[in-house]
Design a protein around this ligand. Structure first.
Ligand SMILES: Cc1ncc(COP(=O)(O)O)c(C=O)c1O
Length: 501
């Protein structure tokens, strides 16, 4: 009998039952693979690896058949919520459904099976994709050139800060401080520290945007720049963006636009036209490829003309327009160097270009319009059941609050989020942004229909009514494969290993 207690490895999981580990499913001698005998002479192991460096016993890996292995992972996959399954309103993360067409493009052997180190003459198609993507990203951001190397949003932020440093150094200036509003994304201050700068936090004013007077009070020639998340984490468009740009430029600072949530403004406004010098985008949120789950991302950084010479290299470029080998590489004269090997996460880049080309200019604008409309629909609909701390038109996401539910009935934002899972929706982001008490940050995304929005709103209204009726929501969820886990204990006493003995 196996350590799994004799259950058939292929039996579907019952509610609450946990999936055995592969080690528990292991049977001695079972295997998912076999190698043919090749007739080749055996290697002399002693000659290749000295005995002192060799294992004395084989690694105790799980021994399972392919059938049991696939069953194991398929059962686990049935316990997950995913963007393909239903609405995933996890604010700030843009967990939207992504068209399968983009995956099909990325899986084309002509793209997936090419080594990035192959000479430019053999990879003209790939280089064309990269150059056309850069051109398209510059078009939607209003910038002069871009690097596609950064692997995610935060990597783009670090790249932007290194560009900022290189720019000031080239002018013989040594500046030390970067301004960040308190409604910025959490990765911004972390990137500032990594980039060797000191963060100066500026508070939000009553309407949820940057307090201009507070901003002006910290400006001097030690300021290297500002990092502005726009829309900010309250889902609001910075109203004084032009005044902010003018004030920062006046002291010689640069403007960094955290454009991770570009799906809010696509085809409507451009950071370059607002006076920004650097903008990073999260292609894994705005275009295709879902965020999260530890998968690959792409955080290209686009810049204004004065920063082009500092971009990471080598950059794919149209080196000989019209020639047979039209595309090649160049390294900018004052490049900050590489940020990623090869081109970054190239298949995420290919997905993004496919997404942009399929939508076209008008289609991209409709993406933004729909994302904003959906969030505002949720805001208006739920205003009677939840607090809306900043009740004015939002962009692609809306921040609600369970502060009144907590005060009146003891129901916390976390309880609402956990209970929502039982209605077939992923939870919204909770307790972020930090400046909102009992925050519930909902990003319906542009991909959800009116019917889905109605069902989501109805579920959230039902939960608010349950709270008022005194239902014990702090015990939810009841019917999911995994119930409420002790998150504090999991974080404090993390056990990331399994003892197979
Ligand atoms: C506004 C903003 N900035 C930066 C990031 C960081 O991006 P990443 O998770 O790809 O590093 C995110 C992530 O969602 C974000 O929403």
């Amino acid at each position: 009998m196996s350590a799994a207690g004799g259950r058939a490895a292929s039996a579907p999981l019952m509610g609450g039952e946990s999936e055995p580990t592969l080690f528990e499913l292991s049977q001695p001698g079972r295997s998912s693979w076999q190698l043919r005998t090749t007739g080749m002479p055996e290697w002399d192991v002693d000659e290749l690896v000295p005995a002192s460096h060799r294992r004395v016993a084989p690694v105790p890996l799980a021994e399972v058949s392919e059938r049991d292995l696939v069953g194991h992972f398929t059962r686990l996959s049935h316990r997950q919520f995913s963007v393909d399954l239903g609405a995933y309103p996890l604010g700030s993360c843009t967990m939207k459904y992504n068209p399968k067409l983009c995956d099909t493009v990325a899986a084309l052997p002509g793209l997936a099976a090419v080594h990035p180190g192959a000479p430019a003459s053999l990879t003209q198609g790939w280089l064309q994709i990269l150059v056309e993507l850069e051109e398209a990203l510059c078009e939607v951001t209003g910038m002069a050139a871009a690097t596609l190397q950064p692997a995610a949003g935060a990597a783009g932020e670090l790249t932007g800060l290194l560009l900022m440093r290189a720019y000031h150094s080239a002018r013989g200036e040594s500046r030390h401080r970067v301004i960040i509003p308190d409604s910025a994304h959490g990765t911004n201050p972390a990137s500032v520290t990594l980039g060797g700068y000191e963060t100066v936090t500026v508070p939000s004013a009553a309407r949820g945007c940057v307090d201009l007077a507070a901003l002006r009070s910290v400006l001097d020639t030690d300021v290297a720049g500002i990092m502005l998340t726009n829309p900010n984490t309250l889902g609001l468009f910075e109203e004084d963006i032009e005044a902010i740009a003018a004030a920062i430029h006046e002291v010689g600072g640069l403007l960094y636009y955290d454009g991770a949530n570009l799906n809010a403004i696509l085809g409507v406004v451009r950071p370059g036209d607002m006076g920004f010098d650097i903008v990073h985008m999260n292609l894994h949120k705005t275009f295709a490829t879902p965020h999260g789950g530890g998968g690959p991302g792409a955080g290209p950084v686009a810049v204004s003309p004065r920063l082009v010479d500092f971009l990471p290299g080598p950059r794919p470029v149209r080196s000989a327009p019209g020639a047979a080998d039209e595309f090649g590489y160049m390294t900018p004269p004052h490049s900050i160097g590489r940020i990623h090997s090869w081109h970054g996460n190239a298949l995420v880049l290919a997905r993004a270009l496919a997404y942009m080309q399929v939508h076209g200019g008008d289609g991209l604008r409709r993406v933004a319009e729909r994302a904003v409309l959906n969030a505002n629909w949720i805001r208006r609909r739920l205003a009677g059941s939840y607090d809306v701390p900043f009740d004015r038109p939002c962009m692609h996401e809306v921040v609600l609050s369970a502060a009144t539910l907590r005060k009146k009935f003891g129901t916390k934002a976390l309880d609402v989020a956990k209970r929502l899972l039982e209605f077939g929706f992923h939870s919204p982001t909770v307790y972020f942004p930090l400046i909102v008490d009992e925050a519930l940050m909902i990003e319906p995304t542009e991909t959800e229909s009116l019917q889905t929005l109605e069902a989501l709103a109805e579920a959230l209204e039902t939960i608010a009514a349950e709270a008022a009726a005194g239902e014990p929501l702090d015990e939810a969820p009841h019917s999911t494969p995994v119930r409420r886990v002790d998150e504090a204990r999991a974080a404090r006493t993390l056990v990331p290993t399994f003892d197979a003995r």
